[in-house]
Design a protein around this ligand. Structure first.
Ligand code: NAP
Length: 282
């Protein structure tokens, strides 16, 4: 069984980002309006990762009671801010606000986590756009470990706009034959056992067990769940290693690559913005 570790890949991406960030100043803006502890932890770790590679990080901490107009104004301000090259609208958002309307306010050129519906539409149409970083990380991890996507049967468990759906699109663009499964799919194990590549993004700790895979299956576990002891665990049960061809670990698989790609996207956005707008006029 091969372990699809993401750490060496994330380090290589970060080194490349650091070299590029030294030439083109870039800043990632994170807009948050939540007291959620895991969200706050994620924002802090992203800010630390940005600092290490020389990417600036500007955090807008809005009140957890902020209304939609206030959050929209913050998103618009960061979209218009010439110093900012990447924008993330952190979830969860306060109850009652429309996430779809808010992400549509992110300038697509700065939409480094592919949240604006324009980005996913462009991705589907194979036009230039940032893919959601987690979905992009799945494909980068498969490339890193030389897993052939062309012609492979790929099954994606989950169809969210941030992971499952774009991961399926990216696999399709790599000429895999893609099946997307979700909560209404009948007999999941029968579907997933036909997979050469199984991407699991459902948010249910250890739901995927050995009966879901065969010895030919390469499994990418996107899940991040916290168990009763406070440990980070994936959607795939560790016992799957006794059967599957390969499995990405949690933590240490998709997660670090996702963070590295958010930073890569931020520098790429800065380079594109600098190419169209001379710095003196930004
Ligand atoms: P989500 O928005 O809750 O979507 C979950 C998807 O899984 C939905 O499409 C849902 O189906 C499907 N699903 C849920 N229960 C199912 C079941 N019992 N059987 C079959 N399908 C089921 O979650 P998400 O944002 O995509 O995140 C998925 C996981 O990835 C979570 O653990 C999350 O924490 C993790 N994640 C990790 C990273 C990273 O960087 N590593 C980034 C983002 C998310 P329906 O559409 O029918 O409801």
């Amino acid at each position: 069984m091969t372990e699809l570790t993401g750490k060496p890949l994330s380090e290589a991406i970060r080194a490349d980002v650091a070299a590029r960030a030294a030439l083109t100043p870039s800043t990632l803006a994170i807009i948050s309006a939540s007291e959620d502890e895991s969200s706050a932890w994620y924002v802090r770790s992203l800010a630390r990762a940005a600092e290490k590679v020389g990417v600036g990080c500007a955090i807008d901490e809005l009140a957890p009671s902020a209304d939609e107009a206030t959050i929209a104004a913050a998103v618009r301000a960061r979209s218009a801010d010439p110093e900012v090259s990447g924008i993330i609208l952190q979830t969860p958002l306060p109850p009652g606000v429309d996430q779809g309307r808010l992400v549509a306010e992110i300038d697509p050129r700065k939409d480094v986590d592919g949240a604006n519906p324009l980005s996913i539409g462009r991705l589907a149409a194979k036009q230039p756009a940032f893919a959601p970083a987690t979905a992009a990380a799945v494909v980068r991890l498969l490339d890193e470990h030389r897993v052939v996507m062309e012609g492979a049967n790929a099954v994606v468990l989950g169809r969210s706009l941030v992971v499952g759906l774009p991961a399926g699109l990216l696999l399709l663009h790599r000429n895999a034959t893609v099946t997307t499964c979700h909560s209404r799919t009948h007999d999941l194990p029968a579907r997933t056992r036909g997979a050469d590549i199984l991407v699991v993004a459902i948010g249910r700790a250890h739901m995927v067990t050995p009966e879901y895979v065969t010895e030919n299956t390469v499994v990418v576990d996107v899940g991040t769940n916290v168990d009763e002891e406070g440990n980070l665990v994936g959607d795939v049960d560790p016992s799957v290693v006794s059967v599957a061809r390969a499995l990405s670990p949690v933590p240490g698989g998709v997660g670090p690559v996702t963070t590295a790609l958010l930073l890569e996207h931020t520098v790429t956005a800065a380079e594109s913005l600098a190419a169209v707008t001379p710095r003196s006029r930004r």
